[in-house]
Design a protein around this ligand. Structure first.
Ligand code: ZN
Length: 61
């Protein structure tokens, strides 16, 4: 089932995707990086303030 993801800041429709998707999308309207996680029941869109830290893995823990 396709779910639509909208920017939580400006409401711009970012994309649609299948449940299980987990992507980071740069909003073209407000230039914020949005993390989109799509599940079978809902779509979670949260602003990601520090894009460079998104894929950082702390190996010391
Ligand atoms: Zn936006």
């Amino acid at each position: 089932m396709k779910m639509y993801a909208s920017c939580p800041i400006c409401g711009y429709k970012l994309c649609k995707g299948e449940s299980g998707s987990d992507v980071d999308i740069l909003c073209p309207r407000c230039s914020k990086l949005i993390r989109v996680v799509i599940t079978e029941t809902n779509t979670n869109c949260t602003p990601t303030d520090h894009p460079k830290k998104v894929k950082t893995i702390n190996l010391s823990e």
